[in-house]
Design a binder for this molecule. Structure first.
Ligand code: PEP
Ligand code: MN
Length: 378
């Protein structure tokens, strides 16, 4: 059960204390957990009741001071879930940018940082095109131990310095170990905090619960959680919940395709049809990664690459973030070169996204106001 307080009620205030003592008095078997949500639109305090809540009186709770609403929850991923009656998008603001189920941010960049020159070329291009968000992989999880593992800590100083130089506000960067969080924090500090970082949990670590707890225990950096490639959506949502239960709710859920031989010739089977599903089941912003889904630069008979087509599929379904691999010279890239787009293509790629985003907004105007229970039949 979740007790939602009126907006702006202090999580340490009298109303919350009084509710907790009410629970302790009447329902000693129920545990309480206070959550404070600093959304893009409003600040909310919620108290979670954990344990045998079947006998807890809904009305009794609703009459407590400051309480706006009480919601019964059944999902296991209860914090990130969208419960009946919860219409607020669960957004957040980080380094001046708002991430929620309404916004759209494109994060083009290097799958793996290889040289300072390449970082500079990519970031300079982003700056030229007015983009202030980028992907930059420093720590790389590779299938083979003999493959390039990323420059790790050694590249952070120049990545952050250059991000600052080119006005990048948020860099998405995967972490593989809790130590990486501190390394990023230290490097940012040393560089004078010229940019922000979004910690990425890769698909291989989607069920690395200790790592999920570590990114959840810090609130400084938002977290981009990538769906597990070989587990159910429900399992991925439960795993993502680990981040939220530790206290960090600034989470974005990323679809990146699922592993199956049926995806061939694509690297993974594109799952962007799940964008609206995630937006219905949770209040998290949804990201798509067309590069790791498709895995190759190939053109269809219409002259458009598959990566562009699946990007469009995600955007037209309402995606809120796009993570795309670019490289100044893909044939020389140390990781995932075959799927990297060229810098010369970036402008057209962004224009294509704009066309599709406008189409999505028009679809919203046309269809979004229909009563959602209305059954349309032709
Ligand atoms: C990546 O984005 O660099 C990456 C390794 O992706 P994934 O975890 O989705 O394979
Ligand atoms: Mn990659």
């Amino acid at each position: 059960m979740i007790v939602i307080f009126n907006a702006d009620i202090d999580p340490n205030g009298e109303e919350v204390r009084s509710l907790i003592s009410y629970i302790q008095r009447y329902y000693p078997n129920i545990r309480t957990q206070v959550h404070f949500v600093e959304g893009a639109l409003r600040r909310l305090t919620e108290v979670y009741l954990i344990g045998p809540t079947e006998k807890v009186s809904h009305e009794g709770l609703e009459q407590q001071p400051g309480v706006e609403r009480v919601v019964r929850v059944s999902e296991k991923y209860r914090i990130i879930a969208r419960h009946k009656g919860q219409l607020d998008p669960h957004g957040f603001t980080y380094n001046g940018l708002t991430f929620d189920q309404e916004s759209l941010h494109v994060f083009p960049g290097l799958c793996a940082v290889d040289t300072r020159e390449n970082v500079e070329k990519v970031l300079c291009k982003l700056h030229e095109l007015g983009v202030c968000t980028a992907r930059m992989g420093a720590y790389k999880p590779r299938t083979s131990p003999y493959d390039f593992q990323g420059h790790g800590r050694d590249c952070l100083a120049y990545v952050f310095e250059l991000a600052g130089k080119y006005g990048i506000r948020v860099v998405a960067m995967e972490v593989l170990h809790e130590n990486h969080i501190q390394e990023i924090r230290d490097a940012l500090e040393l560089a004078g905090r010229p940019t922000g970082v979004m910690l990425q949990i890769g698909t291989r670590n989607a069920q690395n619960f200790e790592l999920l707890k570590s990114v959840g225990q810090q609130k400084e950096f938002p977290v981009l959680f990538k769906r597990g490639m070989g587990i159910t959506l429900e399992e991925s949502l439960n795993a993502c919940e680990y981040i939220a239960t530790e206290g960090n709710r600034n989470i974005i859920f990323c679809l990146r395709g699922v592993k199956t031989h049926l995806s061939e010739p694509h690297r993974n089977l594109v799952d962007f049809g799940h964008v609206p599903v995630i937006k219905r089941l949770t209040r998290l912003p949804v990201c798509i990664d067309p590069s790791h889904s498709v895995g190759r630069r190939e053109y269809s008979s219409d002259g458009i690459q598959d990566i562009y087509h699946v990007t469009a599929q995600g955007i037209i379904a309402g995606a809120n973030m796009v993570l795309t691999d670019f490289h100044p010279n893909p044939s020389k890239a140390l990781c995932d070169g075959p799927q990297a787009l060229l810098l010369e293509e970036m402008q057209a790629y962004l224009q294509d996204i704009k066309i599709v985003r406008d189409a999505y907004l028009k679809r919203r105007e046309l269809l979004g106001s229909l009563d959602k229970y209305l059954k349309v039949s032709y």
